[in-house]
Design a protein. Structure first.
Length: 215
């Protein structure tokens, strides 16, 4: 679990009373832990995955975008929620996304997903489609650049979800000047001051900001 901001008993209760991941997602989580070592913490939690699927089902996007795919847990959850739309994933790692590709195939959603490898600042700049739904969970120092690229392409009324925005609660501690904390705190301030959007931060996992582009 990544419920850093909740009492652990409450977090466990929430997880136990939400729809559980199926064996394929469990297998993906297990393989991620075995093959990526200390990097496995980059994978989203099961409850967050269920949330992504439900949001995708509710918004019914024609074009969904994910920046930061890792081994594919979040992309699999989004792809499963699509009803006729397509998911475009952007990542830099051939090694980690090869795990994602195999699980997209196993889940029968590979035809709904297009993966582009390379620095997302460059590959997103070349993306010329209007976005309905986006999920951002990549390298944190580039969050502001990714945000602008996504906002430029997000349709009015479209939704952008940004992960890790509470940074284990450290963003709320003014005495914490760790580089990662400062980066996330500055990003949160940037989004709060953006007149183009309405937003709310949810205490899911490590913090998930829901950003709706104003019509």
């Amino acid at each position: 679990m990544k419920a850093h901001l909740l009492d652990q008993a409450v977090a466990r209760y929430i997880l136990d009373h939400s729809t559980a991941p199926d064996p394929l997602l469990d297998d993906l989580a297990r393989e991620t832990a075995e093959t990526t070592g200390g990097s496995a913490g980059m994978q989203i939690s099961a409850d967050q995955g269920r949330f992504l699927t439900m949001i995708t089902q509710l918004t019914a996007p024609s074009v969904a975008v994910e920046v930061g795919t890792f081994t594919g847990y979040s992309s699999l959850c989004i792809a499963r929620g699509l009803t006729g739309g397509h998911l475009y994933c952007f990542d830099v790692s051939e090694e980690w996304t090869s795990v994602a590709r195999r699980h997209w195939e196993k889940a029968g959603v590979a035809d709904r997903v297009t993966l582009t490898l390379g620095p997302a600042v460059e590959t997103l700049a070349a993306f010329d489609q209007r976005i309905d739904l986006a999920f951002l969970d990549a390298d944190k120092p580039n969050y502001p650049a990714y945000y602008e690229l996504l906002m430029d392409r997000l349709r009015p009324g479209g939704l952008l979800m940004v992960d890790n925005t509470l940074w284990r609660g450290r963003v709320a501690d003014p005495s914490d000047h760790d580089a990662g904390t400062v980066v996330m705190r500055e990003f949160n301030d940037l989004v709060r001051e953006d007149p183009r959007v309405t937003l709310v931060i949810l205490p899911i996992a490590d913090g998930l900001t829901m950003v709706r582009k104003n019509p």
